[in-house]
Design a protein around this ligand. Sequence first.
Ligand SMILES: C[S@@+](CC[C@H](N)C(=O)[O-])C[C@H]1O[C@@H](n2cnc3c(N)ncnc32)[C@H](O)[C@@H]1O
Length: 247
Amino acid sequence: MGSPTTYDALADVYDLMYPPASPDIADAVGFLAELAPEGGRVLELGVGNGRIAIPLAERGLTVHGIDGSEQMLEKLAARDPHGRVTATAADFTTGGTGEQFDLVFIALNTFFAPTSAEAQLQCMQRMREQLAPGGRVVIEAFEPRAFHQQEGEKTSTRYLSPTSVMIDSTHVMRDRQLILVIHTVVDGGVPRPTQEVIRYAWPTEIDLMARIAGLRLVERRGGWRGEAFDANSHRHVSVYEAIEDPK
Ligand SMILES: C[S@@+](CC[C@H](N)C(=O)[O-])C[C@H]1O[C@@H](n2cnc3c(N)ncnc32)[C@H](O)[C@@H]1O
């Protein structure tokens, strides 16, 4: 979630916020690898420090990633000294690789980073353009009802390390489907607040954007383990294919 500028500021603590060795990452890699042919070509939008992209490349897939944050791409390069993931520094709503892939995915709510419906639609169109014939697009995002119902500000604390925590405060602008998050690292030094704004979208709204971009929903799961998506799901993993010849 959040713009490249936000992630430039969070790059140093990102591994503590989202540890790379979590079971969820292993599930994500397993789910995504199943959708690509052996040795196939994969593109991740908002690749960040390569938390998912690097283990996918270790599975023998040819992995490319796009990101607009210089700091996050530096972290990716440090974790991937042999360059198994090819990185492109670009805005994924307006730029791309100029190539096509068997699998194009965007994970961890990064589809919500563009803060207007138009920019999210542009992101969807870029995914469609970079999709090879027979390929799949995958979006992992939260189901927004809990945020949509939120009244006033909420604050939560996230463990980072034995000597640091992150305080996250959220304010929802329901009329614009925007969430303002202030992340503040507390580690004994001067507290460092970083602002993040995201625009949430409903699963059906995302499906409609996909249709406009020439994609249709193939399946929707409640998580990377292939859980059922139902009224209680807090997130979804949605798989799309190209509508080859729209009539
Ligand atoms: C929440 S992080 C996810 C990183 C990685 N996918 C993961 O699962 O750990 C979102 C990433 O998307 C990038 N990003 C957000 N908006 C972007 C945009 N419009 N163009 C390119 N990168 C963007 C940020 O810089 C950040 O690295």
